[in-house]
Design a protein around this ligand. Structure first.
Ligand SMILES: *Cc1c(COP(=O)(O)O)cnc(C)c1O
Length: 391
């Protein structure tokens, strides 16, 4: 369903008025493509004409551009965000016998990556205000086997890096940033991604910077770790040493077509993130004073890129159904905390182990938010939220 972002245009206004009661998707990726089609189509064609599809010039350029954007020295393109995390952990030597702490409220990929290295994920609870990993809960989960901490910049907002990094330094454990939802976010003014030893990004189509397929990136200021990630991602081969496989690696690379698409999109990311912030502030303004509803908070010094706009209410299911009846799609990120997910039942956790994350899972609801979404849509959704909760 196509929607325009330019409200100054009278014809667009008419279209929007016509669509005022139409179904509202959670997000619409077609609008951005329409806006960039004239740049993206030739970029894809150029790759096809070049005959070079994997580990070529375009990917190399994009790595440099993305590293500059993240204000880091090195970036390595990989197949997806899950692989980025797996490769980052493997580059640090994480494997069987190790424990790696991660937040219990995240996409399952965070924990999967830990499991894929052979290590055991150990869950920690999250802060009630931001839903990012709680430093005191991390402290409680540390053991002699703890080897690393994967923190997640959830919904676009950085985790509280300073106390987490000092705890990790004190205990001699490595920190990896899961930045898959936070391209461009800042902590105390500095871009996330290089606070930990490595930072991991996903370019899954729905992320703030999305490819037209899968893609991912590992960033770091450490040249040795960058080369290790590159080697592991390319069958354990060192650069320029074909068929010399000195470690057991995997195949996880960012292809040239995705890199070409991402190169077109990257220069727009700042503007898209600003627009997300603007729409988020409009939501918060329009949702003010609704009893029983909590709007999202941005903690001091943690600048969110608003990957998601997440409200909370004890009447979440009522709200979700009421919005669905008004043709408004919503999401829950995430409905089941990782310790209660079937795949991790063998770890022996039970209900009640993580009270904050469990309460959040019952209360949170993500409202539609994407840069091309018109302001009037925010107003319609906020009005609908008010109506449903007043019933
Ligand atoms: C999307 C996401 C991932 C995984 O990224 P993929 O590219 O889908 O593998 C990991 N962690 C978080 C927090 C994510 O949102």
């Amino acid at each position: 369903m196509a929607m325009e972002g330019d409200l100054e245009d009278a014809t667009v206004m008419t279209t929007l008025e016509g669509a005022a009661e139409g179904p509202l998707p959670f997000l619409d990726l077609t609008v951005q493509y329409s806006a960039l089609q004239e740049e993206i189509d030739p970029a894809i064609r150029d790759v096809m004409r070049s005959g070079s599809f994997v580990m070529g010039r375009v990917g190399c350029k994009f790595e440099k551009e993305f590293a500059a954007y993240c204000e880091v020295d090195h970036a390595v393109g990989v197949g997806n965000g899950t692989d980025a995390l797996t490769l980052a952990l493997r580059a640090l030597g994480v494997g069987a016998g190790n424990e790696v702490i991660c937040p219990v409220n995240s996409f399952i990929a965070t924990a999967e990556a830990i499991s894929l290295t052979g290590a055991t994920p150990v869950f920690a609870d999250v802060e009630p205000e931001t839903a990012t990993i709680d430093v005191e809960s991390v402290r409680d989960r540390l053991t002699a086997r703890t080897r690393a901490l994967v923190l997640v910049h959830l919904w676009g907002q950085p985790a509280d890096l300073r106390p987490l990094l000092s705890l990790a330094a004190e205990r001699g454990i490595d920190v990896v940033e899961d930045a898959c939802q936070a391209h461009g976010a800042r902590y105390q003014g500095r871009r996330i991604g290089s606070f930990g030893r490595l930072g991991c990004f996903s370019f899954y189509p729905t992320k703030n910077l999305g490819a037209y397929g899968d893609g991912g990136m590992v960033v770091t200021d450490d040249s040795v770790l960058a080369e290790k990630v590159r080697q592991l991602a390319n069958h354990g081969q060192l650069r320029g040493a074909k068929y010399e496989h000195t470690v057991v690696g995997m195949n996880s690379r960012l292809d040239e077509i995705q890199a070409a698409i991402l190169r077109v999109k990257l220069p727009h990311l700042e503007e898209w993130n600003r627009r997300r912030r603007w729409l988020a502030s409009r939501y918060t303004e329009r949702l003010r004073g609704i009893s029983g509803l909590t709007t999202p908070t941005e903690a001091p010094e943690r600048s969110s890129v608003w990957h998601l706009y997440v409200v909370r209410t004890e009447r979440r299911d009522v709200l979700r159904e009421g919005l669905a009846a008004r043709k408004i799609a919503t999401g829950i990120h995430y409905p089941v905390p990782l310790h209660l997910v079937g795949a991790y039942s063998h770890l022996g956790y039970s209900k009640g182990d993580f009270p904050v994350a469990e309460a959040l899972a019952r209360q949170i609801l993500s409202l539609p938010l994407y840069p091309e979404m018109p302001e009037v849509t925010v107003d319609r959704i906020a009005g609908a939220v008010r109506d449903v909760l007043a019933e």
